[in-house]
Design a protein around this ligand. Structure first.
Ligand code: ATP
Ligand code: MG
Length: 300
């Protein structure tokens, strides 16, 4: 071993090379039916949007066709995917109101040719109130998505719905439309606060509106291995959710937070960064865990 290889920087580089080789050595299995994830946590700023766009980009780069539905009036997922979301653009708002079809709102994302987005515009900020008086107000996203998927069953391997930081009607629509919930948890103090309320809501939805819904995936975000707190939070989450928590932890990284201001995912902005690598590893895990579950169920 050279002096460089045994230095901390040398170790880091060697570790990255090892991880990259491991990723390249395995292809990701594609699901036979569209997997529909809602990415949710009513806490703000925990990495919902960042995880949505980067996991979606990573899966599409691994061969899947992926749709991101931006269900947050802030429109951050639309920004990060480089799609048009001026108020005049057809968006998820018009879909929810029944004024526009899915087909008329889908836009190609800039990251790669297998990634699409239904944008959100500022108009969506009124939707929580407008939906209240509407027929089947909890089912509107599901109806539109199901209709599109029944006409285009091969369109997407994955759909990710990016939720706003609240448990209002928009998030309820996402829970009703999805089959899986992905909860990003920030490795910081108070990380688990509010989680039981989220889980309660999910189980209410499961009982009354969507029996197929389950929390399949928990992703630890903004992890800083130098702090004891981050390690403690990660251990506690794993203890509570051993099945759901991905092995991969997303590190706190400046490159991840810079990417959206260029209308890019971190995979496009800095493909060699540790953040891009971590999201690719998380995506590979999301695909592999599903395949393992399916083959286990088939074996039973
Ligand atoms: P909101 O609740 O407002 O929708 P959110 O849960 O979608 O927020 P993000 O917007 O993804 O959270 O992230 C919040 C902030 O943290 C953003 O500025 C984002 O760029 C930054 N961020 C997210 N993940 C990381 C990371 N791994 N490292 C550094 N910064 C990050
Ligand atoms: Mg967000």
């Amino acid at each position: 071993m050279t002096e460089f290889e045994s230095s901390p920087l040398g170790n880091q580089l060697a570790d990255k090379v090892r991880r990259r080789r491991r990723l390249e050595a395995h292809t990701s299995p594609l699901p036979e039916q569209t997997r529909i994830f809602t990415v949710s946590n009513q806490k703000g700023g925990v990495g919902k949007t960042t995880s949505t766009v980067n996991l979606a980009a990573a899966l599409s780069r691994r061969g899947a066709r992926v749709l991101v539905i931006d269900l947050d009036p802030q429109g951050n997922a639309s920004t990060a995917l480089g799609v048009e979301h001026r108020p005049e653009v057809n968006s998820i708002y018009e879909v929810l109101l029944g004024e526009s079809s899915f087909a008329d709102t889908i836009q190609q994302a800039t990251d790669n040719e297998r990634l699409w987005c239904i944008p959100s515009t500022i108009n969506l900020s009124g939707a929580e109130i407008e939906l209240v008086s509407m027929v089947a107000r909890e089912q509107r996203l599901k109806s539109a998505l199901d209709e599109y998927l029944s006409e285009h069953p091969e369109a997407f391997h994955y759909v990710f719905i990016d939720c706003p930081p609240s448990l209002g009607l928009l998030t309820v629509n996402a829970f009703v439309a999805a089959t899986e919930v992905l909860i990003p948890i920030q490795c910081e103090y108070y990380a688990l606060e509010g989680l039981s309320q989220l889980l309660n809501n999910i189980s209410l939805i499961e009982r009354h509106l969507n029996p197929k819904l389950a929390v399949s995936t928990i992703l630890l975000t903004m992890y800083d291995p130098r702090t004891n707190l981050a390690q403690e939070v990660a251990a506690e989450v794993r203890e509570h959710f051993p099945e759901q928590t991905l092995e991969t932890k997303i590190p706190r990284s400046v490159r991840i937070s810079e990417a959206p201001s260029y209308g890019q995912t971190v995979l496009e902005y800095d493909p060699g960064s540790t953040g891009a690598l971590a999201y690719q590893e998380a995506a590979a895990e999301v695909a592999a865990r599903w395949a393992a579950r399916v083959s286990q169920e088939e074996g039973q």
